[in-house]
Design a binder for this molecule. Structure first.
Ligand SMILES: Nc1ncnc2c1ncn2[C@@H]1O[C@H](COP(=O)(O)OP(=O)(O)O)[C@@H](O)[C@H]1O
Ligand SMILES: N[C@H](CCC(=O)N[C@@H](CS)C(=O)NCCC(=O)O)C(=O)O
Ligand SMILES: [Mg+2]
Length: 499
């Protein structure tokens, strides 16, 4: 193998001196067989490593892969080597994490701002309307959440037009991959150590990634703050969940590092088995629950009947720490993202001028559809925009010519139809070659990446116990795909190589 690599390496040196902005050494160049062999060898090693380290997801080919743990697993879709990012943008993204954590908490306390900002949306978007109903009930009951836990992920793309790091969105509910992302970093460090000297790569340029342990620690600290020893953490999950191993990593660290027991329940199971005691304690299946961690409940698909809505309300009414609370959930909607980008709005929630400037610096163009001018230019240049409904979980955005059609249709419909959406500047990251491995098959593609920084925020009344970045998720997708998404099958799990 080393002989092959030497040949490959020499070719690589010759190639990379030619190609400008050469991405990480493309694991296979057009010439010569050996490169393909080398790549295949690495892909096999990587896939085997994934299986042995729990970097796995349910295999959609196996009907039981989302319901029976340990059945129908396949290695998580991965890139063979980490994607590169200039260190300055990495530092900028890390610096923003505690600022966004604090912003979420401040905005969550302004119930009127949330209700008013979403008031027109609720006229045309039933899902958002149901969330607002629960929020309104809590406001009317003057419900206070003294212990507040946020486990967020702020997603960014590096816009090649402006060479600036721009926020795609801030997720405040059910952020995926805090478990698996840490293992991808380990995989890449292992592969670089094994092959790096021949590829002139240095594993130390792959930043550490403790997301799984730090999220488990934040959940455990929230459980500590509530201080009921016999209580459990309850993870709200979907009836079918092929990403269950990402979730089980948190369960494992909660138990092994913090001695905290987690139970997994669907919304309908909570409706059937849950109740709130007169003192507000949430009891499910006779277990006291002091922390509810939502890995479901972020999409209308999670509420197929009234049972799921009453479960959501029951938990909100209880004294348990909700991660997220209904307020934190609403702060993470795209409409609020767009409202916060308006002039002088951040100043309503934060005092520090530098921090406000840092947040604003990463905002892409964001507009409501009340803005006639912008709607007009989006109809004329649809490729420069993304049209977004108030939905999470991937697969809901509108791109390209569909933006024009949708806007013309919505304008014809008139009324508040436009208020269900926001318009966002389309961000164009630079494409680079990468080798992707999915289902044991390795192929090279032109890709773009999206960097997510995890953040944890834990507060008890006016004491901020945790406000920190907690690792990162790099998702890499073929550059031809508008939407992306790992679960959706377009993106792979990646990590970072700082340049
Ligand atoms: N402004 C944008 N420019 C380019 N791509 C975008 C933009 N907004 C979203 N995307 C792409 O669409 C995907 C989903 O969009 P996002 O706003 O994150 O919705 P969701 O909440 O469903 O994840 C992103 O991961 C990214 O690949
Ligand atoms: N199955 C659920 C999925 C939860 C989910 O979709 N979360 C959103 C933020 S709300 C998200 O992080 N999307 C990026 C994932 C991707 O790229 O595939 C889970 O894992 O618990
Ligand atoms: Mg997203």
């Amino acid at each position: 193998l080393s002989f092959k690599f030497r040949i490959y390496h020499l070719k690589l040196r010759r190639n990379s001196s030619r190609a400008q902005h050469s991405p990480l050494p493309a694991m296979s160049t057009t010439e010569g067989k050996p490169d393909a062999d080398a790549v295949e060898e690495m892909a096999r090693e990587a896939a085997a490593w994934c299986a042995m380290h729990g970097l796995v997801v349910g295999d959609r080919a196996d009907p039981r892969s989302g319901t029976v743990p340990g059945v129908g697993l396949v290695h998580a879709p991965i890139s063979l080597l980490p994607s590169r990012l200039p260190e300055s943008f990495w530092s900028q993204a890390c610096e923003l994490a505690p600022l966004f954590n604090e912003l979420v908490d401040r905005v969550s306390l302004d119930g009127d701002f949330l209700q008013d900002s979403l008031s027109k949306t609720r006229q045309v978007d039933d899902f958002t309307s149901r969330l607002l109903d629960i929020h309104r009930k809590m406001m009317d009951a003057n419900k206070k959440e003294n212990i507040r836990l946020g486990l967020h992920r702020s997603d960014y793309m590096l816009d090649s037009e402006t060479n600036s790091l721009l926020q795609i969105e801030l997720n405040t509910i059910s952020v995926s991959f805090p478990g698996l992302c840490s293992i991808v970093t380990e995989l890449h460090r292992t592969l670089i150590n094994q092959y790096g000297n021949l590829l002139c790569l240095d594993a130390k340029r792959v930043p550490g990634n403790e997301a799984s342990r730090q999220f488990a620690k934040a959940l455990a600290k929230a459980w500590d703050e509530f201080n009921v020893d016999s209580a459990v953490v309850m993870m709200i999950v979907q009836p079918e969940e092929r990403n269950m191993y990402d979730q089980y990593w948190l369960v494992k660290y909660l138990r092994e590092s913090h001695g905290v027991t987690t139970i997994r329940k669907t919304l309908s199971e909570v409706e059937a088995e849950g109740r709130v005691l007169p003192d507000g304690t949430l009891v499910v299946n006779d277990r006291k629950v002091t922390v509810v961690y939502f890995r479901a409940g972020y999409t209308p698909n999670d509420y197929p009947s009234e049972a799921e809505w009453s479960a959501r309300l029951l938990m909100e009414q209880s004294s348990a720490v909700k991660c997220p609370s209904i307020s934190y959930h609403l702060v993470g909607t795209k409409k609020i993202q767009q409202e916060l980008a308006k002039p002088n709005v951040l100043e309503r929630f934060l005092e520090n001028k530098e921090e406000i400037a840092k947040l604003r610096q990463c905002f892409a163009g964001l507009w409501s559809l009340d803005d006639e001018e912008v709607v007009k230019s989006a109809i004329e240049n649809p490729d420069l925009f993304v049209l977004k409904p108030q939905r999470e979980g991937g697969g809901n955005n509108i791109y390209g010519l569909d933006v024009r059609e949708a806007l013309i249709r919505l304008k014809k419909e008139g009324g508040d139809a436009l208020s269900a959406y926001i318009l966002m500047q389309r961000i164009f990251p630079k494409a680079s070659l990468a080798s992707l491995v999915r289902g044991g098959v390795c192929h090279e593609a032109l890709t773009v990446s999206e960097l997510g920084i995890y953040g944890a925020y834990l507060r008890n009344k006016d004491k901020v116990i945790i406000n920190d970045k907690c690792g990162y998720l790099m998702r890499t997708k073929v550059s031809s795909s508008d939407e992306g998404g790992v679960a959706a099958g377009f993106a792979v799990l990646d990590s970072l190589y700082l340049t």
